[in-house]
Each structure stands twice: as structure tokens, then as C-alpha cells.
Ligand binder design. Structure first.
Ligand code: UD1
Length: 418
């Protein structure tokens, strides 16, 4: 099994390039089921994307990934045998697999998709996805670990209000309502930039979708165009490296980025005392040795993202005083804490709140990655720790961070994969 070995305490400087967004690519790849042919650009080469590609292939699509320009062409023709099953072996490794449910119901009027099950950060049910599909007229049964859904007469537009804000359920509902007969109004939706990107893509293939605050209005369409689309950049990857730069950066530049995508995060970092310069499409981070404590809570966009909670916690270990962070999205997302404590962090957990006393000196240790964002937080901790840190189980990292070692090495980090 591969490991990362990092020798910390090196001051980093240079430029970090940001890849295409994993979380925007996944629903857009699922949406390509609706088309005859789609070319997507700026697709990150990470394992979750390959899992989705394998899922599309197993359904019967032809997928041609071009490494050179990070594009993928997904196509179907009458000679491909199509299959309406999304198998357990693929959905279990990546929950976003369940996003094929909405498009498959539109395309085939029936779908059998494995229930994704729980994961390290919480139970993560799909009840809201299923509620939305049922409201659109789908008949749904759960049998042998699979969701069996059908819509013999096609889906029909409906008014749907989500009891809780969910990114995935909003996406599945949009994807299903896209081809439903008539109008759909979704209320209390997630409004993450990745959802806006999905809507931009769907409108380009012929959709009629508008938004207002947390409402989404969808006029069902039947005609679908074949197009080419460039996926947005990864705001969580950007946020991760901006936090890394705040920890160990002398001067790190992020060019050709959209600073507005991480407006909340930049505000938090400035409050903590990080020196930041932002221009139209560039962010410069100068770091700061005198960081201030902060109280934070994770929340749906535009709030502070749960996907950056573990990373900002590492920065909190270097701030003066007692910082606090409440995790409001997932019930079990503090798995990185015990590993950070093994490196010397002073953190206590009470219910959904972590209390971080700083500044603490971190020292290298052998640690274990538990999920995607927890793993990257260990990389950040290793960058400021004394001596050598060995990070095990880095397959979690490879699910979502493209060329992590290469990007950090480019800024002179001492990091290698063995
Ligand atoms: C997406 C992101 C993930 C991010 C999360 C929250 C992708 C591929 N993944 O995950 O990186 O951490 O948003 O920003 O985009 N819930 C229910 N019932 C449901 C669905 C969700 O109770 O049917 C709950 C979840 O357990 C969780 C909360 O709603 O407590 C938010 O989850 P959700 O927004 O759905 O996360 P994902 O779409 O799975």
C-alpha cells in the first residue's frame, strides 16, 4: 500500500495550479447519460472520476478520456447495449454514484442503483433523493440493497420542498426534473457553486432551469443537444492549498482562479491574521507567524464548507488562544482529530464541537488517513511538523486530489510517495 513521506518545516513559495472540480464533474458526468454525446473539459484525474466513468461504461456508454487536455467524451449509439443497473461494487466506493438515478429514470424509465451505505464521516442516507424522485412520480422499492425505481409513463413536474439542505439530493432532483413533463419547483435547495455549474451545463444541452435564492425552477424538456463544456475549478482544492499556504507559505500564488468561490474562506483567514492579496483572478498568500484564534461553524454554501473543516483545524493549532469549530453537516467528521493529537495538537471534542488550543508544536509521526479531507489535513500538519511524517492509506487522497505531491513539490515541499 502506498504511503506519503513528508519532511516538515520547509517554507514554501511559488505557484499552485488548481484543477477542475471533482464535485462539479461528478453530477455533470451523470447528466451526460441524458445526451447522445458530450465532451467535458477540465476533468481532474482522480479516482472518484474514474469510478464514475466506470459506472457510465457499465451502463453502456463509451467514454474516451484524453489525458493530454483532461477531456472526456461520453457517447452512446444504437449499437451499444444499455443497461439500467448501477452496481454495488462501484457505488459503494463513491456515494455520488447514486446521482445516476435521476438521469437513468429519464432515459430508460427504470433504474436499479445500489444503495451507497454509510461512510467514515457519517450515516449519509439518501432519503431526500428518494423523496424528490417519488414526488416526480417514480415508483421506488428497496430490495436486496438496491433502489429499484421506475416511471412507466415518464416523470411529471412537481413542487418539492427539502426538509434539509442536501447537495446530492438537489442535484438528483434537478437531473430527474430536467426531462419530466411540465414544471418543477424545488425549495430549500443547496446552492453550492457545483450545483450552479450543473445547471449551466444542463441549460447548454437544452434545459430550461432558473434559480432564485434557495429555489430552483425547472421546465422539463425532451430535446437534448450534444455539446462541449468546461467544468469549473475545484474550490475545495483551492481552499485546501490556500490554507496550506497560510501555514507554511512565504509567498504562494494562485493564478487564473475565481477568488469569489472562496470568499467566506478568505474572510476567515484574514480574520485569523493571514496576509492575503486578491486581484481579479489571482490570490497571493504571504502567511503569518502571529495567527489569531477564531470560532467557526460549518454550514451549507455560502457558509464555511465542511470539506475544509479538517484543513482549517490544522491552522487553528497554530493560532494564539482557544479556537472552536462546530461541525454542522456530518455527525462523525472529526476522525482526523485523534491523528492530529498524536502529532501533538491540543484538541478536545464535545458533541459536534472541537476546541483547539494553540499554538502547539507539531511533531512528525506515522499516521493514518481516514477519509478524503481528513487525509489532506494530515498532509498540512506534516508540512509544519518537525521531522518525518508517514501518512498511510493515501488511497483516500487519490480519490480527490490531483497531483498533490507534484503541486507541493513545485513549491519546494519535501514530499514523496513510496
Ligand atoms: C456533497 C459533497 C461532499 C460535501 C457535502 C456537503 C459531492 C460529490 N460531495 O456530498 O464533498 O461534504 O456535499 O457539502 O458533491 N442527507 C440526508 N438525506 C439525504 C441526503 C443527505 O439526511 O437524502 C444529509 C447528510 O447525511 C448530511 C447532509 O444531509 O448530514 C448534507 O449532505 P449532502 O449535502 O447530501 O452531501 P453529499 O451530496 O453526499
Amino acid at each position: 500500500m502506498q504511503k506519503l513521506i513528508i519532511k516538515g518545516k520547509k517554507v514554501l513559495s511559488g505557484e499552485i495550479k488548481i484543477s477542475g472540480s471533482k464535485n462539479a464533474s461528478l453530477p455533470i458526468l451523470a447528466a451526460s447519460i441524458l445526451t447522445k454525446k458530450t465532451t467535458l473539459k477540465n476533468i481532474p484525474e482522480v479516482n472518484d472520476i474514474f469510478t464514475m466513468i466506470n459506472l457510465l461504461k457499465s451502463i453502456g456508454f463509451k467514454c474516451n478520456f484524453k489525458k493530454k487536455d483532461k477531456s472526456i467524451t461520453i457517447s452512446t449509439n444504437k449499437f451499444h447495449t444499455q443497461n439500467n443497473v448501477a452496481p454495488y461494487r462501484l457505488v459503494k466506493t463513491m456515494r455520488a454514484g447514486v446521482l445516476v438515478l435521476g438521469p437513468m429514470l429519464n432515459k430508460f424509465r427504470k433504474a436499479k442503483v445500489s444503495l451507497p451505505g454509510g461512510c467514515a464521516i457519517g450515516s449519509r442516507p439518501v432519503d431526500l433523493h428518494l423523496m424528490a424522485l417519488k414526488k416526480l412520480g417514480a415508483k421506488i422499492k428497496i430490495k436486496n440493497g438496491y433502489i429499484h425505481a421506475k416511471s412507466d409513463d415518464g416523470l411529471k413536474g412537481a413542487k418539492i420542498s427539502f426538509s434539509k439542505i442536501s447537495v446530492g439530493a438537489t442535484e438528483n432532483a434537478i437531473l430527474a426534473a430536467f426531462g419530466a413533463k411540465g414544471k418543477t419547483v424545488l425549495s430549500n435547495c443547496a446552492v453550492e457553486p457545483e450545483i450552479k455549474d450543473l445547471i449551466r451545463y444542463l441549460n447548454k444541452i437544452g434545459g430550461k432551469i432558473t434559480t432564485k435564492d434557495r429555489k430552483i425552477f425547472i421546465n422539463g424538456v425532451k430535446k437534448v443537444k450534444s455539446i462541449s463544456y468546461r467544468v469549473m475549478q475545484d474550490r475545495i482544492e483551492l481552499g485546501t492549498y490556500v490554507i496550506a499556504a497560510s501555514l507554511v507559505g512565504k509567498k504562494i500564488a494562485f493564478k487564473n482562479v475565481e477568488p469569489n468561490l472562496i470568499k467566506t474562506e478568505l474572510k476567515v483567514l484574514r480574520k485569523m491574521g493571514v496576509k492575503i492579496k486578491v486581484t481579479k483572478n489571482k490570490i497571493l498568500i504571504f502567511g503569518n507567524k502571529q495567527l489569531k484564534k477564531i470560532y467557526l461553524k460549518t454550514a451549507p454554501y455560502p457558509g464555511f464548507p465542511t470539506d475544509l473543516q479538517a484543513q482549517i483545524m490544522v491552522l487553528m493549532t497554530q493560532a494564539n488562544g482557544v479556537s472552536k469549530i462546530s461541525e454542522n453537516i456530518f455527525e462523525n467528521r472529526f476522525m482526523h482529530v485523534s491523528e492530529l493529537k498524536r502529532m501533538g495538537a491540543d484538541i478536545t471534542i464535545k458533541n459536534n464541537q472541537a476546541v483547539i488550543r494553540g499554538p502547539t508544536h507539531l511533531s512528525g509521526a506515522e499516521v493514518m488517513a481516514t477519509d478524503l479531507r481528513a487525509s489532506v489535513s494530515l498532509v498540512l500538519a506534516a508540512l509544519i511538523a518537525d521531522n518525518r511524517t508517514i501518512i498511510n492509506r493515501i488511497y483516500h487522497l487519490d480519490r480527490g486530489y490531483e497531483n498533490l505531491e507534484k503541486k507541493l513539490k513545485f513549491c519546494k515541499a519535501n514530499i514523496k510517495r513510496v
